[in-house]
Structures are given as C-alpha cells and as structure tokens.
Design a protein around this ligand. Structure first.
Ligand SMILES: [Zn+2]
Length: 455
C-alpha cells in the first residue's frame, strides 16, 4: 500500500482532547494514520509516496452519516401527482411506499452508485443505509455493496424489513440482512458491512422484532429502526399495545447498545430514560424532519440524558455540512435558547458520535494514530475571516458546504483529489441514475397509494 503525507493546514482531530492543530501534517500508511505532527517535523522525518498539499485548508475526519436511504436520491426534483398528504403517515402511504413498491434491483444499484458519489463529493466517508423495496429483496444488498465498493467509501447496508403486506415479506427482509451478514463473514474485503433494519414499530410485529434481534446478535451486527418519527408511531403502540413506542421496544427485548433509533421526535423524558438506560443511540435527521413536518427531536435533552446522538440525512439532502448547519440552527429556533446546542457538539455528531453509534469509534470518526485513515480536506472558496484554531469550527458549521471538500481519503486511498473522483466515471454514474429515476417517475404516475398497516 502507498503512503500519503497530507501536508499543512489546520487539523481538526476530533480526538478525546479535542485537539485542533495549526500547521500540522498527517501521515497515512497501510490504510491507517501513522503520525500527526508539526509540518516542519513531519516533512523532516517522513518520506511518503505521495504528498497532498492541504495548506490553507482544514484537515478533518470524513463525515459519518448515521441514517440514510440512498434510493431516496432518485426522488430529487420529482414532481409526483398525488393528493396532498396531511400528515406523516399519509406521506408514507402516498409517496414513500409507492416508491418502495416500484424500485427494481437496477434502481437499487444505480441509486447506491450516485448516492455514494454524492456523499463522497460532499465529504461523507461512512454511512448507514437502509433499503426498502418489497419487490426487490433477495440479493439486493449485493447490488448496493457493489456500488459501495466501486465508489470506495464505507457503508453499513441493510434491507428495511416490514410486514406492510404480509408476515412473509417481513421474514424475507430480515433474511436478506442475515444472508448478507453471512456473506461478509466469509469475505471481509468489501467496504459494505452488515446492518439489520426494521422499518418502524407500526409496520412490524413483536415476533419480527425478536427474530431480528436474535439474528443481529448472532452476526454481531447493529440494528436500526425508525422510532417515533411521526405521531402515528406513538399512537399505534398506545392503541394496540397500551404502551408508548419505547416501552414496547424495551419490553420486547430490542433495545441495547447496538441499536440505533432513527429520529425519536415524539419522545418524553421517560422515553429518554429508557433509551439512556439501554445504551441505545439516536440518529438525528433535522432536515428530513423539517421536510416531513413531523416536529423536532429533543436533541439537547437527549444529550443531557447522556444519549449518544449522530447525524443522518434520511435520504433527503446528502450534504453533511448542510445537515450539520440544520442541526445547529433548529434547536435554537425551537427552544428559543441561544445555548441549546454548540457548534463543536454538532461537529461531534457528524464524526466521532456517528462512529460511536455503530460501535466503530475505536476505528473511525477522528484523526488519531492507529485509526483507519479516512479524512477530508476542506478549502472554502471564499474565506472572509481568518481561519485559525479558534475559528475553524465556526467556519465548518456556519460557512462551509460539501462542495468545499477538495480531497477525500478513505482507508488510506485517495478517492477524490481536487474534486476529481478517482474511482468511478462520474458522468456514467449520473447517466445510470437519471435513467433509473426517469423510469421510476414514469411508473409512479400510475400507482395507487398504499394504505395497509399491520393490524
Ligand atoms: Zn429513514
């Protein structure tokens, strides 16, 4: 493997000491960080196969997207001819479930390719994806993994099991995750790793939750489930089980440190106690929550409860910097408290906390010697104020966007240099995705909304 010397710049390490180092350099070798030090020392002591100039820029860990649906990118710009939904359940019934029904294996591959490309080009180096497609189940994770490996970033990939149509459908979804987990156990070369995913408590029975729990534990893979995203989730459990969602998920035995709960918008203090006690984590998706008009997750309160919170895009806007900015702003707006959340905490959510969510904090999420070498170099086009150790976090949250990411290294390999992607043909990836999206939009013109729920 080659060695790379990332020379100069401000290194935002995200290490436990929160070190932010001006004019430092980083040495990457055999896929790992080997040295971090003053540029003068590093250039004197280390010879590398390749030198990447980061002077005038920011060197930081690649962003980690804690929750996404790569296929969601196929809806960018789509104008769907539907009766306007009045709440989140209707958004699922009239938009997302018809989309799911109409996805093909080819759509899964094309959207994963372009989704990974978009993530790479905006600085995300690891993501957690859940794919939902009741008519494209068996083998679909191989298609998504192929796209992940072609682009070269890291992805936890899952099929989102649900019993919207039948119990059998739910079982097939979970089995696809188990099949993929078994495949990865045999062959660990892929950058795609297994994740188990359940859609949401209102589309799965206790039996499916329990069988998923068992299989995930057997394979040592994390589990994720949409939790209290819309009010319908909470109402379903109260009406049918006489419990709030978190109480049901606890009682059925799902919760644990390897569980990532997506959203958690409609949660009270008792629910947060349940999450904190179980060690489960939360993936916060502020822009998706705004889009779907579901409300705002009480993230400041989660943090006070000691819950680890990561940042996701939920298949909506893939630029991690935009999602960070939204997380930074929304909690101030909602709480009317200018101290609701600070910029560094948001940066942690998009890096080291994201790694923590999926049990990867010992390998990813920060620039520390011995960790896997995933880093990005950010150089804003226009810099109106000084870039220094005391201003860099403010720049990242308030002034930077994904297009300012110039160079991306994953596993010690340069995937993008000066905005040119080295792994895939960008034009070809976009052609494939556009063809898939056009076909999907056409098929969606004739669909009837899904109204089935597990009863
Ligand atoms: Zn989601």
């Amino acid at each position: 493997m080659t060695s790379i010397l990332v020379k100069g710049g401000i290194v935002v390490t995200m290490d436990p000491n929160r070190r932010i180092l001006e004019d430092h350099s980083v040495v990457v070798e055999d896929g790992k960080f080997r040295a971090i030090g003053k540029t003068s020392d590093i250039t004197r002591d280390w010879k590398a196969d390749e030198v990447v100039d980061a002077s005038g820029g920011i060197v930081m860990p690649g962003l980690i997207c804690s929750h996404t649906h790569l296929y969601g990118i196929l809806l960018q710009g789509a104008k769907l001819d539907i009766h306007p939904p009045s709440d989140f359940t209707q958004i699922l019934q009239r938009v997302w479930w018809p989309v799911d029904e109409n996805l093909t294996f080819e759509d899964a591959y094309a959207s994963a390719l372009v989704g990974c490309l978009e993530l790479l080009k905006t600085g995300t180096t690891t993501f957690a994806d859940t794919y939902s497609g009741p008519n494209s189940i068996e083998g679909v994770l191989d298609k998504i993994a192929k796209a992940v490996d072609e682009v070269g970033i890291r992805g936890l990939v899952a099929f989102e099991a649900a019993e919207r149509h039948s119990k059998e459908e739910g079982g097939r979804g979970v089995q696809e995750n188990a099949r993929f987990a078994a495949r990865v156990k045999e062959d660990r070369r892929s950058k795609a790793t297994p994740l188990f995913s359940l859609h949401a408590s209102f589309t799965v029975t206790d039996e499916l939750i329990q069988s998923t729990r068992r299989l995930a534990s057997n394979y040592g893979a994390p589990v994720t489930i949409h939790t209290c995203e819309g009010l319908g989730d909470l109402q379903h459990n109260i009406e049918r089980y006489g419990k709030r969602t978190l109480e049901r998920l606890r009682d059925v035995g799902l919760l644990g440190p390897d569980v990532v709960l997506a959203h958690c918008v409609h949660v009270n203090d008792n629910d947060l106690d349940i999450i904190a006690k179980s060690g489960a984590k939360v993936a916060h998706n502020p822009m998706s929550n705004m889009l779907n008009a579901v409300g705002t997750a009480p993230v400041p309160s989660m943090l006070r409860h000691g819950i680890s919170v990561g940042l996701g895009n939920d298949g909506y806007i893939f630029d991690g910097f935009e999602n960070m900015r939204a997380a930074f702003l929304i909690h101030r707006a909602v709480s009317r408290d200018p101290n609701a959340i600070d910029a560094y905490t948001v940066l942690e959510m998009a890096t080291i906390r994201g790694a923590e969510l999926y049990g990867l904090a010992n390998q990813l999420g920060s620039i520390e010697v011995g960790k896997k070498a995933d880093l990005i170099i950010v150089k804003p086009d226009v810099l109106p104020t000084p870039l220094r150790s005391d201003s860099v976090v403010g720049h990242l949250i308030n002034g930077t966007e994904g297009r300012d990411v110039r160079t991306v290294i994953v596993d010690g390999r340069i995937l993008m240099k000066d905005r040119a992607v080295t792994t895939v043909d960008e034009a070809e990836v976009q052609r494939k995705a556009q063809a898939s999206a056009a076909g999907l939009w056409e098929r969606l013109r004739t669909v009837k909304p899904q109204v089935d729920l597990v009863t």
